[in-house]
Structure formats: structure tokens, C-alpha cells
Design a binder for this molecule. Structure first.
Ligand SMILES: [Zn+2]
Length: 113
């Protein structure tokens, strides 16, 4: 199993926030990272897995991949700010709850956790 980051994209502020982690099997990881699967020559297996787990036709699966690439291209036209959700940080590092980060809760100065 792989640990997969779950990101939320704010396409107006160009902010992407790490909100969760989830475990995925290697085949699902290849679907999620389809470009990486293509580089490694396993895109056919990833495509078949995408169809199987979502009960999709090949046309539907192609549409999903095409749409994902279009979104990726549009998002790559901008500089993004990367954030970590407060809930994720404080759930995993409860000791940080006692630190005053001010309004912005900038975690960049926290190196000793
Ligand atoms: Zn899976």
C-alpha cells in the first residue's frame, strides 16, 4: 500500500492545501499518478484499473484522463501557494496547539517537531 496525499485546490487564490492522507493500493496509485504510470510504461494497466474500479467504458475513462490533464495544464499556468490544513497539523502534532502562530498560522518557523 502507498500513502497518498489528499490536496484541496483553491483555483481562485491559487492555493493548494494538504488536507489528508489515505492509503491506496499500487494499482490505484498508478491511476492517481497516471503521468508517472505512462513514464514507467504501465499506463495500459492503470487505464484498465481505472475502468474496472469505476465500472467505466474506455470512452469514459479517456474523458476522465483528458479532463485531468486539461485541469493540470490550466493549474500549471499559475504560481501556487502550498499550505497544510490546521486540522491535519494539529491532529498529527498536538503539541503545536500550544504555539501561537498569529493570524496566518505560518508554520514555516516550526522546525523542531
Ligand atoms: Zn486500489
Amino acid at each position: 500500500m502507498f500513502c497518498h496525499e489528499v490536496w484541496e485546490y483553491d483555483n481562485e487564490k491559487y492555493e493548494v492545501t494538504l488536507v489528508d492522507f489515505k492509503t491506496v493500493c499500487p494499482a490505484c496509485s498508478d491511476v492517481i499518478h497516471f503521468g508517472n504510470a505512462q513514464v514507467r510504461g504501465v499506463e495500459n494497466e492503470a487505464f484498465e484499473h481505472l475502468m474496472k474500479i469505476n465500472d467505466m467504458s474506455s470512452e469514459e475513462a479517456s474523458d476522465v484522463i483528458d479532463t485531468a490533464y486539461k485541469i493540470w495544464e490550466l493549474q500549471n499556468e499559475h504560481e501556487w501557494t502550498i499550505k497544510i490544513s490546521e486540522e491535519l497539523v494539529f491532529f498529527n502534532f498536538p503539541i503545536l496547539e500550544n504555539i501561537d502562530f498569529g493570524e496566518n498560522r505560518d508554520l514555516s518557523d516550526v522546525n523542531d517537531c
